[in-house]
Design a protein around this ligand. Structure first.
Ligand SMILES: NC(=O)C1=CN([C@@H]2O[C@H](COP(=O)(O)OP(=O)(O)OC[C@H]3O[C@@H](n4cnc5c(N)ncnc54)[C@H](O)[C@@H]3O)[C@@H](O)[C@H]2O)C=CC1
Ligand SMILES: O=C(O)C(=O)[C@H](O)COP(=O)(O)O
Length: 376
């Protein structure tokens, strides 16, 4: 059995080679000749999966180690009789911690307390709901927009996009990219919405570039200097608009989901889905694979504060690293994809054990995602 896997999928070689021959390939562009005798293909978001790609191949299963599936023509795969699995939620914590790293930075720069702010979360799925929990633990007011969930009658208090966008100090997007149907998200942040954002609003896009009309954003940013913007995703990738990049406050190369934990969960979720598909189900514990982090423990004396949280969060991951790298390398040929392929290891907050001399600080940091100990 031949299994073709994207080379940017940690531990894929080790796991999939338990069952067959593994061939690692670049995802953009994918060497299609390798599919001529392959039974399974494991991709990432950079590989469009179309009828054309799978036609005249023996592929029975395609997996994508991602949350988003807009690069996959799902109906065509089904019509071609090819099974599919994504990796829902695998990197949700990574995106949440990316957003919080950025917010802690902007709050310090502009001198405000996050607990005085209202955040509007658009798309309240795996990422949005975890972000909601962490923002509530920070004492922020949280407004939610998720029309599909609202229409299913779920019990949260959901608002319309316009209502959230006009009330929130921080507006962050965590929806799939959807072009058609009842709940489209393509260009849902358009000129009209951008003009309605409150004075000094922070706009964050860490879902898919085209959820925000990038040309409209570029234009509005020449007129409104009060907005702060964080973009991890762009329209289009990898050839983003460098003028827009220069206008935004934090700019990264679609790496919000790139913690080691997030990527490894992506691989293990696909391995589990595929082994179930071939009738030899296996489950893999993350702890079997993850190495010890570079920094695994710190001691904290004193009480919880935003400044303490920022120092701890940025000890694990400071978004300025990725912002600097993108600005430095965006003009290089292949720079965007190289930054993603050669991504420096990044861990999740839970990889850090924080020993606290104050019980309420330990509890607060635990709610915010750290591993904590109370040492009287
Ligand atoms: N920058 C990055 O590295 C990453 C980006 N993503 C992107 O973020 C998206 C969200 O990720 P998850 O939370 O894991 O997905 P999810 O599928 O768990 O949640 C998406 C939520 O968006 C809601 N939604 C759908 N249409 C909507 C609309 N028109 N308006 C408001 N809400 C709507 C859904 O009902 C659902 O609750 C993914 O589809 C992917 O495109 C995900 C992970 C990493
Ligand atoms: O999971 C998703 O959806 C994402 O956006 C991934 O973080 C993107 O990573 P790649 O699959 O492009 O490596």
């Amino acid at each position: 059995m031949k299994i073709v896997v994207d080379e940017n999928m940690p531990y894929a070689q080790e796991l999939f080679s338990r069952k067959g021959e593994v061939v690692r390939v670049p995802g953009r562009p994918l060497p299609v000749d390798e599919l001529q005798d392959a039974q399974a293909l494991m991709v990432r978001s950079v590989t469009p999966v179309t009828t054309q790609l799978v036609a005249n191949t023996p592929l029975a299963f395609v997996g994508s180690a991602t949350a988003g599936t807009d690069h996959v023509e799902l109906a065509d795969l089904e019509a071609a009789g090819v099974a599919f699995s994504a990796a829902p939620g695998c990197n949700a914590i990574a995106v949440v911690e990316y957003v919080l790293s950025a917010l802690l930075l902007l709050a310090e720069r502009d001198g405000y307390a996050l607990c005085d702010k209202t955040i509007g979360i658009v798309g309240v799925g795996n990422v949005g709901s975890r972000l909601q929990a962490r923002c509530e633990a920070l004492g922020m007011k949280v407004l939610l927009c998720d029309p599909p969930r609202a229409d299913r009658g779920e019990k949260e208090d959901f608002l319309s996009l316009e209502s959230v966008a006009t009330q929130a100090d921080i507006l962050t997007f965590h929806t799939p990219l959807i072009k058609q149907g009842a709940y489209p998200t393509w260009h849902c942040v358009d000129r009209d919405l951008l003009e309605k954002l409150p004075l000094g609003c922070v706009l964050i896009n860490a879902c898919r570039g085209a959820v925000v009309d990038n040309q409209a954003l570029k234009q509005v940013l020449t007129e409104r200097h009060d907005l702060s913007v964080v973009l991890d995703v762009w329209e289009p990738e990898p050839h983003l608009d460098q003028q827009l990049l220069a206008q935004v406050d934090i700019a990264t190369a679609h790496i919000a989901g790139y913690t080691l934990e997030g990527k490894v969960r992506g691989t293990t979720q696909l391995y589990e889905a595929w082994t179930a598909f071939i009738g030899q189900p296996e489950s893999i514990a993350l702890s079997e694979l993850l190495p010890q982090p570079d920094i695994s423990a710190v001691d904290v004396t004193g009480e919880f504060s935003q400044s303490l949280l920022k120092r701890l969060a940025h000890l694990v991951y400071d978004v300025r690293r990725d912002d600097a790298l993108l600005r430095l390398h965006i003009a290089d040929e292949g720079g965007f994809d190289r930054l993603r392929k050669q991504y420096q290891e990044r861990r999740e907050w839970s990889s850090l054990t924080v020993s606290c001399s104050d019980v309420s600080t330990a509890e607060r940091l635990r709610q915010l995602g750290f591993n904590t100990l109370y040492c009287a």
